[in-house]
Design a protein around this ligand. Structure first.
Ligand SMILES: Nc1ncnc2c1ncn2[C@@H]1O[C@H](COP(=O)(O)OP(=O)(O)OP(=O)(O)O)[C@@H](O)[C@H]1O
Ligand SMILES: [Mg+2]
Length: 1018
């Protein structure tokens, strides 16, 4: 389906198209729902959590590429039936590409931007995959076709450039030389505006040549990504086509720039900025994209008449280069790509909002008059003048002979200059052609090699960069590594790759791989240390994260589809080897719980990044180790629900035994800064030849991405259920404190003691049968933290301490027990008194259904203790009163007093009314009612006895649960343990039996008495 809302050339507003791609594997695995619909050029997105919440947007074009397609024999995606709604690459080109081309041919600058979340189809639309060519190659095809068709009327010159902006540095993707440290400079000239100094512009005269250059650019991008360990999805790719048209008859020249921009994945822009980190520079991860958003917003404001003082073009490299494309001299189109899956809702909605803003931008495009045109025009005009003068001079006779000669010379000079301008282009073209022939020969050679030898093929996180590098394993023995000096070597670069990393042997039609000492080699997810024979389609990971697919001998290759071995496949395999699998849901359906799926994909996304961070830490001598952990959020939920899981990164300073926990976002941010530091270190090292690990020591601590000030660390949590408080029954528990991965961090002995307002424990008689009796009344209880036993945190390093933190009801600030240090089994002896002056239904519900989450905080040398803050606590409803907090107690007591006064007066009134009612009842002679209350009282008493005995049964059960054989037990030890266990079990069951039978007897006796009294006999 392609819908056209307005003629593309009527105004210079930025045209916006939206394209929806098919589900990818992750989305299919998650059983995703499609939440996007399209009618004509309007698009509606539905909030997956709220079916009523929908947002509609209208754009210039809307492309449905989600469904209704089939793959034809040539691998082309086409509509299932002719005229179907599926928008294929051709139809997108017809609208957007043709428009761009037409504008360029008319002499306007034209820009095409692709914006969207990572993996949403930007590169698919711009560049394309295999036979499904995207806008850029199609545009070049049509451009050269048009040039050929019009060669009688105009002479055309096309120059091609390709660059990448990564971390605010410009990299020339067509440059042959070594990379300029810090990237190419962006300069500004009054006439030209911003431009990249020294960028290669290559003359082209056919589409195949352009495609070849694009391939070369992609190859440079791929190697740069692996060498510098950078993530291509975070970089912007720009292709600049300069078109010069010389209309000799009209003696005019038109010049236009076509900017084709494949932007970095948009989601990073948000995720990097969303969380506070000490090192905020991390947000520079995508300064260019953030600035582009700001520029677009400002321009959109301008368009609706708002006063905008400053448009921040100069804040980033990308916006400098796109200045004329946005709010300037260009006809601009943006294609916003999105996934229609429910799990991408937030990102897709944000893309649509972004696109909506871009739609408002108005440009003022003009046909460009180039300096060449003026020069030729001026020269021609000068020639005409000269000729005229010559004619006149001829008539004036011999006197003018000398002057004529001089003028003729000038004329010839000018003609030569005109011709020089025209031949220069041809010369350039010849040079480019030679270059290109060389390239072409390389490609033909590569194709031949592919048919002869086994090879390894690079696999990149960005599908666009996968399969670009092929390294052939010819017969014999080949070293692979950084080396380029051994007799037979395959040179690769990347994190954790050694000089000589491993050896490939291709002998007797078998290929083996032998890792060399100290090098990391993983085959099909498993680390190998010995010679391993490789099979066709084996997956290799060399160093920390250089991923390759092994392609066997031509005879072994069937018609198999290699595309399933993508980056995710490699990482999932690695995760599986670590024991992290995607488990199918217990309901037996093939669908996996989406939240689990999200955690799994987070895990496999972070896994290679963690490996890289570890490698960088090692090379820079940082002494810091990173490890992925899956945190169970249920541990800190007061209802104990199995809410969600999330990935965190445990950071350990090995020598100092300090530990930090970083969130996923913080780690991603820091990883970017680490890469930056690492690259600077590498550059310094290659320049000054300094010893490993020395230079970045110079990085000040507060700028060091590997360092953070030590902080208390949440080690684990335990749930102390509050239900007994609703019945005013005391509770004594030995709680297991569980770490985020389910490890036992400690045993915590804690009590909940219902008490009077002065802190005296309530007796059995105060036990309630019906908790609603508490409503409107005062409730006091104490939380007593007795002792912590078996602290793993302290066992690991004695110079550490712990604190217990907790939060109750609607008290927004946590409270902490005082710190205890250096002791594996410290006595806490911490008592906190809580009082609620008015028990509300809300509080009662809370007591009956929630737990107080006791957090075990680990303290490390150099970090400050956690302190309780009582500010903000609601003193009327629940006033936590720490015995240490005297002022708070006084405040609570004063309020108490006030409260009691008013309660007293209302009780008096109530008393009075009750007395009157009683008198009236007596007079009425109502009888028999006394039986029931007395019976209820008996029941209550029996139940209290039962509850009480249950508390002790429960304690027995806790002891039984904790009872474990000692780790060093031998057979005899085990026997003793089993005997002891049996004895405890016997005691437990006897106590239980006895409690139940007492209750039964009591109840039977009450029922019997009741019947006797009411005179009913069975
Ligand atoms: N319209 C489409 N039809 C079929 N497949 C598509 C379409 N759009 C995208 N894809 C597939 O989705 C995958 C991701 O697309 P692509 O590489 O274009 O994403 P991207 O937006 O460029 O991501 P990144 O920001 O990581 O570069 C590719 O395998 C591509 O083939
Ligand atoms: Mg891409």
């Amino acid at each position: 389906m392609r819908a056209k809302a307005a003629d593309m050339h009527s105004k210079d507003c930025v045209k916006v198209a939206v394209r929806v791609r098919p589900f990818n594997k992750r989305e299919r695995d998650a059983g995703s729902r499609c939440i996007v619909s399209m009618v004509s050029s309007s698009i509606t997105i539905q909030d997956p959590r709220e079916s009523q919440s929908r947002r509609s947007f209208c754009f210039d074009y809307a492309y449905w590429s989600h469904s209704g397609f089939t793959r034809d024999r040539g691998g082309l995606y086409v509509p299932e039936e002719p005229g179907g709604r599926y928008a294929d690459q051709d139809s997108v080109f017809q609208d957007l590409g043709e428009g761009i081309l037409e504008n360029a041919l008319q002499g306007y600058n034209a820009t095409l931007l692709a914006y969207g979340q990572t993996g949403s189809g930007k590169s698919y639309s711009m560049v394309g995959y295999g036979p499904n060519k995207g806008l850029v190659p199609k545009l070049c095809d049509r451009l050269f076709q048009s040039i050929r068709e019009n060669q009688d009327t105009r002479q055309c010159q096309v120059f091609f450039s390709m660059l990448e902006i990564y971390n605010e540095q410009v990299v020339d993707l067509l440059s042959r030389g070594t990379r300029t440290p810090g990237g190419l400079r962006v300069r500004e000239e009054q006439q030209r505006g911003f431009y990249v100094e020294g960028l290669r512009t290559i003359p082209c005269d056919n589409a195949v040549q352009v495609e070849q250059l694009m391939e070369q650019g992609t190859r440079t991008r791929t190697t740069a990504a692996t060498h510098m360990n950078a993530n291509s999805s975070r970089s912007h790719m720009l292709i600049i086509l300069q078109l010069k048209q010389i209309f000799s008859k009209e003696s005019i020249t038109k010049q236009s720039n076509i900017n084709l921009v494949d932007l970095a994945g948009s989601e990073r822009q948000r995720s990097s900025g969303s969380e506070a980190d000490r090192l905020k520079e991390g947000t520079a991860i995508n300064l260019s994209l953030t600035t582009l958003g700001n520029v677009i917003s400002s321009l959109a404001d301008v368009a609706v008449g708002k006063k905008v003082v400053h448009i921040p073009y100069r804040d980033s490299v990308l916006t400098k280069l796109l200045q004329s494309a946005l709010g300037g001299n260009s006809r601009t189109v943006m294609i916003a790509t999105l996934s229609p899956a429910d799990i991408c809702y937030e990102e897709s909605l944000s893309t649509l909002r972004y696109a909506e803003r871009a739609k408002r931008i108005q440009n003022r495009a003009v046909v460009n008059e180039s300096p060449t045109e003026r020069l030729v025009k001026e020269l021609k005009a000068e020639n005409a003048r000269l000729l005229q003068r010559l004619g006149r001079l001829g008539q004036e006779g011999r006197r003018a002979n000398d002057e004529t000669k001089e003028l003729r010379q000038l004329l010839t000079h000018n003609e030569l200059q005109i011709r020089a301008i025209q031949t220069l282009w041809e010369q350039h073209l010849q040079e480019a052609l030679k270059d290109w022939e060389q390239q072409y020969a390389n490609i033909t050679q590569e194709r031949r090699m592919m048919q002869m030898h086994p090879y390894i093929l690079n696999i990149n996180e960005d599908a666009q960069l996968s399969g670009v590098v092929k390294l052939f394993i010819q017969e014999g023995e080949w070293d692979i590594g950084l080396c380029d000096s051994t007799p037979k070597y395959i040179s690769i670069k990347g994190l954790g790759i050694q000089e000589r990393h491993a050896v490939f042997r291709n002998e007797q039609r078998r290929v083996t791989l032998t890792p060399l000492e100290g090098s990391k080699v993983i085959v099909n997810g498993n680390t190998v240390s010995q010679t391993t024979e490789l099979q066709h389609l084996d997956r290799l990971i060399l160093g920390s994260n250089c991923t390759y697919l092994f392609i066997g001998f031509p005879s072994e290759r069937g018609g198999d589809d290699w595309s399933r071995y993508d980056y995710d496949y490699f990482q999932s395999e690695l995760a599986a080897a670590e024991g992290i699998h995607l488990v199918e849901s217990s309901t037996g359906s093939s669908q996996t719980d989406p939240s689990l799926l999200a955690v799994f994909y987070d895990y496999i996304k972070l896994m290679p990044m963690v490996a890289e961070a570890n490698q960088m830490s090692q090379e820079l001598n940082k002494g810091v180790e990173f490890k992925l952990e899956i945190k169970n959020l249920a541990l800190s939920d007061s209802k104990g629900h199995d809410l969600k899981k999330e990935i965190v990164v445990r950071v350990t300073a090995v020598g100092r035994k300090q530990v930090w926990m970083w969130s996923k976002t913080k780690f991603v941010n820091r990883k970017f800064l680490m890469e930056d530091a690492y690259q600077r270190h590498q550059a310094e090292r290659s320049r000054d030849n300094i010893a490993e690990g020395l230079s970045t020591a110079a990085l000040p601590r507060d700028k060091d991405p590997f360092w953070d000030p030590v902080e208390p660390l949440l080690l684990g949590t335990a749930h102390l259920w509050l239900q007994s408080l609703a019945f005013r029954i005391p509770l004594e528990e030995q709680l297991e404190v569980l770490g985020s991965e389910g490890t036992e961090e400690a045993i915590l002995q804690a009590q909940l003691v219902p008490c009077t307002s002065t802190g005296l424990a309530l007796g059995e008689d105060e036990i309630l049968i019906d908790p609603t009796e508490l409503l409107g009344r005062r409730l006091d209880f104490q939380l007593f933290l007795e002792q912590c036993c078996g602290l793993r945190w302290i066992r690991e390093a004695r110079n550490r301490g712990v604190q217990i933190g907790f939060r109750l009801f609607d008290c927004s600030h946590p409270l902490y027990s005082p710190a205890v240090w250096h002791n594996v089994n410290p006595l806490l002896d911490h008592r906190v008194h809580f009082a609620s002056l008015h028990t509300s239904q809300h509080l009662l519900d809370y007591l009956q259904s929630s737990a107080v989450v006791l957090e075990l905080w680990g303290l490390q040398e150099g970090c400050t203790d956690l302190v309780s803050s009582l500010e903000g606590a609601d003193p009327v409803n629940t006033a936590p009163v720490d015995s240490a907090e005297l002022s708070c107690s006084v405040r609570a007591l004063q309020q108490d007093l006030e409260e009691l006064k008013s309660v007293n007066s209302s009780l008096r009134k109530e008393n009075h009314i009750l007395r009157e009612q009683l008198n009236a009842a007596r007079n009425d002679g109502v009888r028999g009612r006394s039986v029931r209350p007395s019976c209820d009282a008996e029941f209550a008493r029996a139940l209290k006895v039962f509850y009480h005995s249950m508390t002790s049964v429960r304690g027995q059960l806790q002891r039984l649960r904790r009872h474990r054989p000692s780790e060093e037990s031998d057979l005899l030890g085990f026997r003793l343990f089993v005997d002891e266990q049996s004895r405890m079990l016997r005691d437990f069951s006897e106590q239980l039996e006895q409690s139940v039978s007492t209750l039964k007897q009591d109840v039977a006796a009450i029922v019997r008495r009741k019947r006797e009294r009411s005179g009913i006999w069975s």
